[in-house]
Design a protein around this ligand. Sequence first.
Ligand code: PXL
Length: 285
Amino acid sequence: MNDIKKVAAIQDISGVGRCSLTVIIPILSAMGIQVCPVTTSVLSAHTGYGEFVKRDLTDYMMPALEHYKKLGVKFDCIYSGFLGSIEQIDHCLEYFKTYENALKIVDPVMGDDGRAYKTYTKTLCERMGELVAVADIITPNLTEAAILLGEDYPTAPMRHSDIKSWLVRLSEKGAKIVVITSVPLGGGEIATVGYDRSTSSFWKVQNDYVPKSYSGSGDMFASVLAGGILNGDSLPIAMNRAASFTELSIKTTYSYGTPWEEGIMFERQLPWLMSYQVLDDFVGF
Ligand code: PXL
């Protein structure tokens, strides 16, 4: 029986810099899931390099969808990430509508460290809200959560009650499951927090502080989370798996002192994902 799950990953591919498809494909493959890329653009390097060569593939997205419909391809999950234009958001909405029974994961990639990426205009950020509204699961970092809620980026650690209210308000926009990464809490704690509206449950996984961030870490987190959920993990176990793999890979990268734009060294950690370890390093809060 062919029980390998299929994920349509609506994402770009960047030659260097380890983000989007160059992270998502190996991770989900290692977790036993087939990635079917819907490539939105090809870049020589991600936008964090400042200069890059780019070929936009917006006009490829709908013909590809028509072809998948003709072939009768069934996707178990549609997963969108970094997007380059309003048209690409419209096309993503079509994919979500077409595969209404698929698990809809939206990683609302828009920025980091309190700032929107240069390519993300105000309109593009607003339209990202439409994708968030049709998703089952969303995985914003704190910057993206603030943009989606129209809040200022918090400059001080957040109280539990405040981050819980952010999770609930984000979920009220549509998604049943909301996971926010890189949240500074009181006492120097940094955490990944999640909320499942169907059970009204809040979950927290602690992260060690590493004094450097790397491109593609959000893609890494979201793809491991997606793989975990598709493989039957509960929400806290999937969050724990995603946070642990990301932390392991970030610490490895930090130990080698490579530049942030080269992304996270994860290649040699992939066997950890294949072992499918049972995890219990999470708490309800
Ligand atoms: O990791 C997010 C991402 C994906 N794709 C491209 C990017 C970025 C972040 O900068 O530039 C092309």
